[in-house]
Design a protein around this ligand. Structure first.
Ligand SMILES: NC(=O)c1ccc[n+]([C@@H]2O[C@H](COP(=O)([O-])OP(=O)(O)OC[C@H]3O[C@@H](n4cnc5c(N)ncnc54)[C@H](O)[C@@H]3O)[C@@H](O)[C@H]2O)c1
Ligand SMILES: O=P(O)(O)OC[C@H]1O[C@H](O[C@H]2[C@H](O)[C@@H](O)[C@@H](O)O[C@@H]2CO)[C@H](O)[C@@H](O)[C@@H]1O
Ligand SMILES: [Mn+2]
Length: 441
């Protein structure tokens, strides 16, 4: 079996140690000879890399490990780039969440004005990663899960249409794990799902076991009572705010009881409630900085200080194994069925063929082959078309440096009550994002 070389872009990410541990767990089916970490923040990456180097030397000394901020070294002689950069880091996520709240609008990492601001920051640097990969390893594939994935995917569709970039999100996977637990199944992989939507904005409309038995009625019944909250405490998220989101799916599902919703639809259907329950002085970014970031960086520092990763509390991120499934699908032509963010191209015939939709695809060595969904109902069609326009306007604004297009994008978001609020918000976002956005006129 061919061994692979991988670059993790955004090496200093809080997710890097969990993903490396996950890669080690899957070496028998996806062998690796080299792991490189690449980041543009040396100090941040050094802490994660220092710990990962010790961990690898103890658990898989045969793997060559490289940590670098030099694009040539990072992107040469590799097969896959796993990209999870956060442009502006948590400090800017905090702004994305707090600035809208000052205007009475919800503050969220990927939804609404916060997601739009983050999108404007992410487009350029993600394209830069694509260009590095194509310059130094033209045969490599990029598996991108840098957010906001919807806007990033539209940018790669429009600006790098021939590049080998696959955009993917773990949210449906996380929810499917909860569904499997609700159904008493061992794994989400026992289910065959039909789903359509945009990233963080979609619906399951058919879920069956391998024998073809319909599992949707039981799931609908559960979600109508409890959302995606399951009895199995081990499946609950460590952070209460996530469990609130899983519970809120109960109310989201009431709007279209035939389907099962992606949890983030709550931001579009109940924005007033989300604002009412938000603390403008302490948002999710603060929770993550005080929680996951502190935990990961202090564990990494302990490994560096003690010189060993034995007994570390860093844990494998098994739910990230979808990334290995995707890499294997490309490397070994497995034809695995996966949800990816791809150009619609007629899969949903009654919406824009150039929309980036999240739908099931068969993935093989030439990339994804999207499966036909068919026409979708008016409710979803209306919602998706509006949101697609938002995402396309953001990319248009970035390309043409257009204030007008970005004002339109924010005005069009279902999360924003008026063009007046959108404009005031935009002006504050421009000020906060000076170091990252193109200058708009
Ligand atoms: N699509 C999904 O389902 C999914 C799931 C989880 C996380 N994510 C995304 O993964 C990313 C990482 O999340 P995190 O919470 O670990 O963030 P993080 O801030 O801990 O890590 C991101 C890293 O990216 C680096 N970075 C920023 N700009 C860069 C650039 N231009 N070039 C190279 N490196 C750069 C930062 O220095 C940082 O070390 C985010 O975009 C997050 O939204 C996506
Ligand atoms: O607020 P964060 O940084 O914890 O999470 C934001 C990300 O949330 C999604 O990933 C979730 C996943 O859906 C959930 O099931 C659980 O396991 O945690 C994951 C992350 O902590 C989402 O898909 C990402 O795009 C977001 O960045
Ligand atoms: Mn996601």
């Amino acid at each position: 079996m061919k061994k692979h070389a991988i670059t993790i872009a955004g090496g200093g990410s809080t997710f890097t140690p969990g993903i490396i541990l996950m890669l080690l767990e899957h070496l028998d089916t996806f062998p690796i000879h080299t792991i490189k970490l690449y980041d543009n923040d040396k100090e941040r990456q050094d802490t994660v890399a220092g710990a990962c180097e010790i961990l690898l030397s103890e658990r898989a000394p045969e793997i060559t490990f490289v940590s670098t901020i030099d694009p040539k070294e990072a992107f040469s002689d590799i097969d896959f780039v796993m990209a999870h950069i956060r442009v502006g880091k948590y400090k800017m996520r905090e702004q994305d969440e707090k600035i809208p709240l000052r205007h009475g609008v919800l503050g969220q990492e990927t939804c609404g004005p916060g997601g739009i601001a983050y999108g404007m920051r992410s487009i350029g640097p993600v394209l830069e990663l694509v260009d590095y990969m194509e310059t130094y390893s033209p045969d490599a594939w990029m598996l991108n899960y840098s957010n906001p994935a919807a806007i990033v995917a539209e940018a790669t569709r429009r600006l790098r249409p021939h590049s080998k970039v696959l955009n993917i999100c773990d949210m449906p996977i996380g929810i499917e794990e909860l569904m499997a637990s609700i159904l008493g199944l061992k794994s989400r992989k026992e289910m065959i799902v039909k789903y359509y939507g945009l990233n963080h904005f979609g619906w399951w409309y058919d879920i069956r076991d391998k024998e073809g038995n319909d599992l949707l009625p039981r799931l609908r019944e559960h979600v109508a009572k409890y959302g995606y909250v399951t009895k199995d405490k081990s499946k609950q998220h460590a952070d209460a705010s996530w469990n609130d989101t899983f519970a809120k799916a109960r109310d989201v599902q009431r709007i279209d009881p035939e389907t099962l919703p992606n949890t983030y639809l709550k931001y579009y259907f109940f924005p007033d409630e989300v604002v009412a329950h938000s603390n403008p002085a302490y948002t999710r970014a603060n929770e993550v900085m005080d929680g996951r970031e502190k935990f990961v960086f202090s564990e990494c520092q302990t490994i560096i200080d003690t010189g060993t990763a034995r007994g570390t509390a860093l844990h494998i991120d098994e739910h990230a194994s979808y990334i290995v499934d995707l890499a294997k699908a490309i490397a070994y032509n497995t034809q695995e069925r996966m949800l990816l963010i791809v150009e619609n191209n007629g899969a949903i015939p009654n919406i824009d063929p150039e929309a980036m939709v999240e739908i099931p695809c068969l993935v093989g060595s030439t990339g994804p082959e999207p499966l036909t969904v068919g026409p979708i109902p008016p409710f979803q069609k209306g919602l998706m078309e509006q949101q697609v326009a938002v995402e396309k306007l953001v990319v248009e604004a970035w390309v043409t440096k257009s204030y007008q297009a970005l004002w339109q994008a924010i005005t069009l978001s279902r999360t924003v009550p008026s063009a007046t609020v959108a404009k005031a918000l935009l002006d504050d976002l421009i000020e906060a994002n000076k170091a990252f956005w193109p200058e708009l006129s």
